[in-house]
Ligand binder design. Structure first.
Ligand code: GLN
Length: 569
């Protein structure tokens, strides 16, 4: 097609610039693009991943991508207090928490190709400019920057052989940051063909308490804003507190020309895992299949099996008995999004163990040996999650000591693993000066330290250890038992500090067991206490919460919840 020349064919005589990856065939991949209107934080990722799941159930190959408006190259430097947790992929990419939603809903590992920021796009365009790729041309937002966006989407489609790519545009329509993403998607539909690209507008239906009824005006205006970009949605998803009334759905339909059957009520549900079923009942998946002309690729037998497995899981959500309280200590207790994956992992474990997990947030800033018993009086198990920096660490150590001495089930994650080592060195090995150099550079002995040489051997350049690594479990330990005797597991890491191997002998002879280690190097990855001493005391240097999936819950969390249930009995 003449209009779509590859980057190498560009000259300053044409305004068309759409670089295509080698081997890409226009119109063969389908795309669903999701935009947010009215306000951010509506759950675009939840909507998009649920719809993608329904297509995956039909045996279609799906691949999601999140387009972030911000200029950061990745999410690694973002404060979880502002942006929610940093989700780490197996390949080490630090991404937005929405990638976690996709991985869980789709039960599918993602890679850096599933995540793009404005910063990545600009940086790619600028490198090409320096390399002379645009020689003779002024480099412009349209067509060069939008061309780079389309190139990303098409490269992902080609790499993953996806039938359908789900494109989630971060932020809200009208933001300056994401305007070129929206423009690129408008162009994409023109190039790929009408039956290849479907647009979804996620919007918000207000219901002011003083009026006592739902109002659609803000939603209408939000969708109008999208139409100003030349994008006419095929599906409208309305977020709302309670089911959106027929009247409001009809009104939105009249104002937007979207048939009322495609104006979907996405009201609050007790769990996001109930959304796919609601969508299926409303026929949203069939609408999408029809719009994209995908009927021929659907496998109904596969769908029936997948749907029934999911229904079985979903039917166990929302139970209220028996209630198990798990305490999570943390600095970001004000913002639940900072611990999104842990909360989800607990939800999965609750379903698996037949209990209703209730999370208690415990701010450790003012906790000490003197008041820890009172602070933890109402929980049957405790998690000390990952974290960076000093604040609240003394309180965390007090909580760990209390958990160890009172046989309170304990799961320490990353920093929680490291603090369990420090607590053990101080109180069991009787080395009151023991510590981590992250918190006190002068501590002696530094049982937790930064060990650049360790990471060099893994090719990580002495910086943050990121992404999936193998963990060898010692036979006969609690960790090995949790995994049903599996010898090697793979889990995701995000840390700088670790146990200094020179103190391992001292810790183990005092009773601590390092039941998970790096297969080749002296890197401690799982710790536990003997079962004769404590029913469930485990720490992991990695982040087990990142790989927990609804139908494949993480054994470390199931173990914690089960132990907590036993304690309550
Ligand atoms: N701050 C610790 C480290 O860098 C722990 C990191 C974490 O908990 N994610 O090693």
């Amino acid at each position: 097609m003449d209009l779509l020349r590859s980057v190498r064919d560009q000259s300053d005589e044409t305004e068309f610039y759409t670089p295509l990856p080698d081997g890409y065939k226009l119109g063969s991949t389908k795309y669903v693009a999701i935009f947010g209107t009215v306000m951010s934080g509506l759950g675009k990722g939840i909507f998009s991943s649920s719809l993608a799941k329904l297509l995956k159930d039909k045996a279609l190959r799906v691949s999601p991508i999140k387009l972030e408006g911000y200029l950061n190259i990745d999410s690694g430097t973002l404060n979880p207090f502002r942006h929610g947790e940093v989700f780490v992929l197996d390949d080490g990419m630090e991404t937005d928490m929405d990638l976690g939603t996709y991985e869980r809903m789709l039960d599918q590992d993602l890679t850096r190709a599933n995540f793009t920021t404005s910063g990545q796009i600009y940086s790619a365009v600028l490198s090409k400019e320096r390399a002379g790729d645009f020689l003779g041309r002024d480099v412009q937002m349209i067509p060069h920057v939008t061309g780079e966006v389309k190139l990303r989407l098409r490269t992902l489609a080609l790499q993953t052989k996806a039938d359908v790519v789900f494109v989630e545009v971060g932020g809200t329509v009208g933001d300056i940051e994401n305007a070129f993403f929206i423009e690129a998607l408008r162009e994409l539909r023109n190039e790929e063909g009408e039956q290849s690209v479907v647009f979804v507008a996620l919007t918000y239906v207000l219901s002011p308490p003083a009026l006592g009824e739902q109002k659609s005006k803000a939603a209408q205006l939000g969708i109008k804003r999208l139409m100003e970009f030349g994008i006419h949605p095929h599906i409208i998803a309305c977020r709302a507190e309670s089911p959106v009334t027929d009247k409001v759905r009809q009104k939105l339909s009249v104002y937007t020309n979207v048939p009322v059957k495609r104006v979907f009520s996405m009201h609050d549900l007790p769990s996001i895992y109930l959304l796919p079923e609601v969508m299926r009942e409303e026929g949203l998946d069939s609408e999408l299949v029809q719009l994209l002309n995908l009927g021929g690729r659907v496998n109904t037998a596969h769908e029936l099996r997948a749907a029934s497995r999911w229904q079985q899981f979903a039917s166990k959500i929302g139970r209220t008995e028996p209630k198990v309280s798990i305490g999570i200590t943390g600095k970001y207790t004000a913002l639940r999004d900072s611990y999104a994956s842990i909360i989800k992992a607990l939800e999965h474990a609750g379903v698996a163990s037949g209990s209703a997990v209730h999370v208690e947030w415990i701010d450790t800033t003012d906790i000490s040996d003197a008041n820890v018993a009172e602070a933890l009086a109402n929980v049957a198990g405790i998690i000390v999650p990952g974290g960076f920096g000093i604040r609240g660490t003394d309180g965390k150590i007090a909580c760990i000591k209390h958990a160890r001495l009172t046989k309170l089930p304990y799961l320490g994650i990353c920093l929680g693993f490291q603090m369990a080592v420090v607590e053990y060195a101080r109180n069991v090995c009787r080395l009151p000066g023991a510590g981590s150099t992250e918190i006190d550079p002068d501590c002696e002995p530094a049982v937790i330290d930064i060990l650049p040489d360790q990471k060099k051997i893994e090719g990580l350049g002495g910086n943050m250890r990121l992404g999936g690594q193998d963990v060898l479990l010692s036979p006969g330990t609690l960790a090995a038992e949790l995994f049903g005797g599996v010898k090697t597991i793979r889990r995701r890491f995000r840390h700088r500090y670790e146990v200094d191997p020179k103190h391992v002998e001292m810790l183990t002879s005092a009773g601590m067991i390092f039941s998970g280690r790096h297969p080749d190097h002296p890197i401690m990855q799982v710790l536990e206490l003997p079962r004769e001493v404590h029913p469930y005391f485990i720490g992991t240097q990695f982040h087990p919460e990142l790989s927990s999936r609804p139908l494949r819950p993480c054994p470390f969390f199931v173990g914690l919840v089960t132990a907590a249930m036993r304690r309550q009995e």
